[in-house]
Design a protein around this ligand. Structure first.
Ligand code: SAM
Length: 195
């Protein structure tokens, strides 16, 4: 099995052990959408899983693409879109063997980075950069669980600043408060600009 597929996500969906799932929209997502900072555009949701945000984005008029390697997650995303006759794209693929036809305006990363073994983070960060157009925006939730192992892997903010560093990325002057997750961990929302 390849390093990028070393974790059996499909098995977790089938066994019903998807403890990271929220049963509603992420409060950070709602805040970004309702404030207009996340406004209709061409957007990618990598490692979408079965999350509800892609459907909410498509309903709000975004041009949505989701990518996930787990077949049942992609089947569920397709079913969500089909039920409401929304023309979003759901691709089953390994993110490390995938590229879009054209860059995106925005990317929404909710527990995708933290699901990847940290050894893959530099490659993933380069891909996020490549998938965004210049001045595009990365809406990301950095997992804060202070645990040595994962997934989810702790996204130390100092390490994130080094991973998403200038001159490739620009950080905001201030970040919003952390978001609590029902599983007992926290997420640090951040909006990074792709330079
Ligand atoms: C922790 S889950 C998060 C799912 C979703 N974002 C959510 O918030 O519920 C991580 C997701 O990333 C997907 N994933 C992990 N590694 C991947 C890879 N190399 N390529 C594509 N998808 C991947 C898994 O299949 C899983 O659905």
């Amino acid at each position: 099995m390849s390093e990028t597929q070393a974790i059996d996500w499909e098995g977790r969906y089938r066994e019903g052990t998807a403890g990271w799932e929220r049963h509603g929209l992420n409060p950070a997502f709602l805040s970004w959408r309702d404030s207009g900072s996340l406004a209709p555009c061409r957007i990618l949701v990598p490692g979408s899983g079965r999350s509800l945000e892609p459907l909410a984005l498509a309903e709000a008029g975004f041009d949505v693409t989701v990518v996930d390697s787990a077949p049942s997650a992609i089947a569920m995303q397709r079913a969500h879109f089909a039920r409401l006759k929304l023309s979003a794209r759901a691709e089953q693929a390994d993110l490390f063997a995938w590229d879009p036809d054209a860059p995106f305006d925005s990317i929404y990363d909710q527990t995708c980075l933290c699901a990847l073994p940290p050894g893959l983070w530099p490659s993933y960060a380069r891909r996020l950069h490549r998938w965004l157009r210049p001045e595009g925006t990365l809406f990301i939730l950095f997992m804060q669980n202070d645990r040595p192992n994962g997934p989810p892997f702790h996204c130390d903010i100092g390490a994130m600043r080094r991973l998403f560093a200038s001159p490739a990325w620009a950080w905001p002057d201030a970040m919003p408060a952390r978001i609590e997750h029902p599983s007992g961990v926290a997420e640090q929302p951040a909006v990074l600009r792709r330079l």
